[in-house]
Design a protein around this ligand. Structure first.
Ligand SMILES: NC(=O)c1ccc[n+]([C@@H]2O[C@H](COP(=O)([O-])OP(=O)(O)OC[C@H]3O[C@@H](n4cnc5c(N)ncnc54)[C@H](O)[C@@H]3O)[C@@H](O)[C@H]2O)c1
Ligand SMILES: [Zn+2]
Length: 367
């Protein structure tokens, strides 16, 4: 059953997240938002473009005076300022003005890059997010964070840019490869762990349907994640407090992502980071050993890693220091009190992190 979640700020409705199983309602939704007669730039990547750009163009071409497609090469390596400049130049070539619209069609890389372009082009034009990976449907398309990487620094340049609409077509998950799909499950499980124990139990109970990407389970799961993120973002849109809870697993996860030169996917690194953070929570007496091992082992059926080889724990620590968030204000580490309840802790030491990283280091006697 298609559903809609409305995002508000200070009790004012800001935008809707529509969860659908096709692109049929997209043109009507864009008309309702008042884009008739404007131009639309569909920004996408070299994998998603050939799969869905034509279909969307055909569906929405009657709404706009012009629809054009801007494609860049897929992959995190292209989430950078060079791509931003190329896209902005294409906007000017097509004489895009402040009333026109950017449609971000793709995973988190497209959403973050296109959203950032929309935030800065002519001091800001509208953007609609059409996320096509599980990770972008449950996480990156919601909440308005956009940006690109700068050298080794992930998401170093960016802006808060709320979309006018998030249109999720769950049918696009059918073309996603298995590794990317399960990477998204890393973020799905994160929501359960940090804020919703009954959702966590539900995920486990629906394991087989999730493997099959069963349409109604996908819709329910994605809607639930979006409403978790909505609750946090509404409380703390600019990440001054509770929004940091979403970073559970990310301090160590991001460092591993960098140490491994982005060979591992984001959600895979998040799973490893969650295991390390749960271990630290256990060492601090917040979780029992049994709870810790259950949390750790539950990533396995969702094809996510719980240990990693060829890492240098000291290097991972060094990399956590260069994390943008650490540069802000010292590390706000997220720990668990129990499944479904996370909290922010600013007292986690590098020794504790080192122990957490050693716990996930692959050793034969560690398995
Ligand atoms: N803005 C935020 O709040 C936020 C939150 C989490 C993650 N992120 C960012 O999101 C990015 C990761 O996003 P991602 O995991 O979606 O990666 P991605 O955008 O690189 O997509 C993964 C791969 O899947 C392909 N793909 C996308 N949709 C497809 C489909 N339906 N069928 C077949 N192939 C498809 C892409 O072309 C790409 O090759 C990172 O850069 C991360 O920093 C942002
Ligand atoms: Zn993440």
């Amino acid at each position: 059953m298609p559903s809609t979640i409305s995002i508000s700020m200070n009790k004012k409705p800001i935008y809707d997240i529509r969860i659908e199983n096709d692109f049929e309602s997209l043109s009507e939704a864009l008309k309702d938002l008042g884009y008739e007669g404007k131009r639309a730039a569909i920004v996408t990547d070299s994998t998603v473009g050939p799969l869905y750009a034509d279909e969307i163009c055909n569906k929405i071409k009657d709404v706009f005076s012009e629809v054009f497609v801007c494609i860049f090469d897929a992959g995190e390596a292209n989430k950078n300022m060079d791509t931003v400049v190329k896209l902005l130049k294409q906007f000017t070539e097509h004489k895009m003005n402040r009333k026109d619209l950017v449609i971000a069609l793709g995973g988190g890389v497209v959403g973050d890059t296109a959203g950032f372009c929309a935030a800065i082009y002519m001091r800001g034009i509208d953007v609609v997010q059409v996320p096509t990976t599980l990770l972008s449907q449950v996480d990156s398309s919601v909440g308005g964070k956009t940006g690109v990487d700068l050298d080794a620094y992930k998401n170093m340049v960016g802006a808060f840019k709320m979309p006018k609409l998030v249109y999720i077509n769950t049918a696009t998950l059918a073309s996603l490869d298995a590794r990317q799909f399960y990477s998204g499950m890393g973020e799905v499980m994160k929501y359960g762990l940090i804020m919703d124990a009954s959702f966590y139990e539900w995920i486990i109970s629906k394991m087989y349907e999730i493997h099959d990407r069963d349409a109604s389970v996908m819709e329910e799961m994605i809607a639930h994640c979006c409403s978790c993120k909505q609750r946090i973002v509404e409380r703390d849109p600019l990440e001054q407090g509770d929004r940091a809870l979403l970073n559970f697993g990310h301090t160590i996860g991001h460092a591993i992502e960098k140490a491994k030169n982005f060979e591992l996917l984001h959600g895979e690194c998040v799973a490893l980071g969650c295991v390390a953070a749960a271990f630290i929570s256990f060492k601090r007496g917040k979780l029992s050993a049994e709870e810790y091992y259950e949390i750790r082992d539950m990533f396995v059926p969702f094809k996510l890693p719980i240990s990693i080889d060829n890492i240098d724990p000291e290097e991972i620590i060094r990399l956590t220091r260069s994390d943008k968030k650490a540069m802000d204000n010292g590390i706000k580490f997220i720990l668990l009190k129990r499944v479904g309840k996370a909290y922010i802790d600013t007292s986690v030491t590098e020794e504790e992190m080192l122990e957490g990283i050693r716990e996930i280091e692959y050793r034969e006697d560690n398995e």
